[in-house]
Design a protein. Structure first.
Length: 366
């Protein structure tokens, strides 16, 4: 599957040739009587240029990203396309994905944005998306273009441990996600729960890296350590920032968002040592629903999301890693090249997503 969709044809040229009545042949002794205008018409065909396809109407967007994080990007898109009305339905990745599957025979959404690649790849395999390569998407890393161009990656994020610097001394800090099962942190850790796409993707990646047995042991260790599971990462970062917990397992940009609010928080990029698994990362992604009722607007939105303007909005507003080369990181965000990333084939991991959900259910993760 591949998601690079060919975007809306903004200029359609229809070439028509206007036939001119032939002039009377000139006699050998007399000059031609054709006017300069008529002569020009016989030499150059008339080209009629049609108006660009209008980008208007209602665009229905299902977003696994929270409204607060996606709305500024949508506002910028609507400034560019003021005749497009966006109807946003935000929720959990899994709930929205199930809704898309139920609606497959009568699609209600035009575009789906997810917080991780596993859900969008799974939906692509079920035939939910249509191929489209957004304008400029050829500049993205090829591993973040879905097979058959059915989805496209938008931004990258890493899994980190944030901490309340008023409550944890530097020498106490964990260095690995596996340290979160240490009894010394019992009752002092917050994380997103089983319905959160970032957590689901985290578990799916761990299954590929260390296997089902070790992943199960880690999850059971979190439960035994009385980790508090929230519905989303915003609750986690705010609780850590307020001193309700010492540690929080989040995506890296939640640390930056909380720090920007004035909290005394720090961040750990875990598992960088010899023999450790490396830093887990994931990618937000988007696809156009097969049978979308407003295809021009859907294609225009994907074009915008992968454009330098859209990528800059994600980087500046949300502290994320843009996928488009050349787009600057927000000040204070550590470049990805600084870290040793976990080596994982995301596409093959997505093929096994159902097994990840089975494991989550077997463990009883809230």
């Amino acid at each position: 599957m591949t998601l690079r969709r060919s975007f809306i044809a903004l200029l359609i040229l229809a070439v028509g040739i206007t036939a001119c009545a032939p002039a009377s042949p000139a006699s050998p002794t007399s000059p031609t009587t054709q006017s300069p205008e008529a002569l020009a018409a016989t030499e150059t065909p008339e080209i009629k240029v049609e108006e660009p396809v209008a980008v208007t109407g209602k665009l229905v967007l299902y977003s696994g990203r929270s409204e607060a994080l996606i709305q500024p990007v949508l506002d910028a898109f609507q400034s560019k396309y003021p005749q497009v009305e966006i109807l946003l339905k935000a929720g959990s990745n899994s709930a929205l994905a199930n809704g898309l599957i139920e609606e497959q025979s009568n699609p209600q959404a035009d575009v789906f944005i997810t917080t991780e690649m596993f859900t969008v790849q799974s939906l692509s395999q079920k035939g939910l998306f249509q191929s489209y390569l957004p304008q400029g998407a050829e500049g993205l890393p090829t591993e973040f273009i879905g097979p058959d161009q059915t989805w496209v990656g938008l931004t990258r994020r890493t899994r980190v441990i944030m901490y309340n610097a008023d409550l944890v001394a530097p020498e106490e800090l964990p260095t690995s996600i596996f340290d979160l099962t240490d009894p010394k942190w019992k009752g002092q850790i917050a994380a997103a729960g089983s319905t959160n796409g970032g957590m689901q993707a985290h578990i799916a990646a761990m299954r590929k890296l260390v296997g089902d047995e070790s992943t199960t042991e880690w999850l059971e260790g979190l439960l035994a350590n009385d980790v508090t599971f929230f519905g989303g990462h915003t609750d986690v970062r705010k609780a850590v920032g307020a001193g309700e917990f010492k540690l929080g397992l989040v995506n890296h940009y939640y640390y930056h968002l909380q720090k920007a609010e004035g909290s005394n928080v720090g961040v750990i990029y875990p598992d960088q040592g010899q023999g450790q698994i490396g830093l887990l990362s994931n990618v937000t992604a988007s696809g156009i629903i097969k049978g979308a009722k407003n295809l021009p607007a859907a294609q225009a939105l994907l074009d915008f999301l992968v454009s330098p303007e859209g990528q800059k909005l994600f980087a500046e507003g949300n502290y994320e890693y843009p996928l488009l080369p050349g787009v600057a990181l927000r000040e204070g965000v550590t470049p990805l090249e600084t870290f040793r990333l976990a080596e994982i084939d995301i596409l093959s991991t997505a093929l096994d997503l159902d097994a990840t959900f089975d494991l989550i259910e077997a463990v009883g993760l809230p």
